[in-house]
Write a protein that binds this ligand. Sequence first.
Ligand code: BGC
Length: 246
Amino acid sequence: MAGSRGFGIDVGGSGIKGGTVDLDTGTLVGKRRRIVTPQPSTPEAVAAVAGQIVHHFGWHGRLGVTIPCVVKNGTAYSAANVDPSWIGTDAVAVMAKEIGEPTLVLNDADAAGIAEMHYGAGRDASGVVVLLTFGTGIGSAVFSDGELVPNTEFGHLELDGADAEDFAAASVKDEQNLSWADWTPRVSRYLQALEQVIWPDLIIVGGGVSKQADRWLPMLDNRTTVVAAQLRNDAGIVGAALAAHA
Ligand code: BGC
């Protein structure tokens, strides 16, 4: 028998991905659909793509959409890797106009964390868990005994006077052509700075680089146990669907 279903969309700096989610297993039902993020990535342009994805699947009912922004009560309050016009935008209203279904909007890293805590690497974890996504920027999600503390922005810790994500995000590795051996000490340095202000019991690392965790996790030099995310690139979609369903 088919399990209960949800629908999630994950808005990133380079792609907008969505799909139907089996909420019993936290896996995608069939293929996801990915469309390149429009430039400029204004709320209206992004919402139009989100609408296309929902209509492609013919989804009806509640769904979740992640954005790489601080989101409180449906309004975006930051926009580090998307068009600045997101700031102050009622994201729920903009999405509702294009999608026409009840939509929850939440931060992308928070959604990935929700998925990992429920189905993945954080399933059995208690205490304080920090999930970090390494992609275009660095996203963070903090859980205390499984409960999300929303909208943490640890990607923007200051490191040597600069924004940490400009020093240690996965996009920096690509742009500067850094090897794993060049990039990993940057991540260690970042984790050490994080560990000065929070004492997690576990750190979960997600984003594209978590697929190759064996290339760099063993080289990390920091205090807290670090494990790779298990849902990989679908965590945002799955977390968005689950959060909307809850
Ligand atoms: C944003 C966060 C987001 C992260 C990952 C950061 O630049 O400030 O809100 O979670 O990128 O996309």
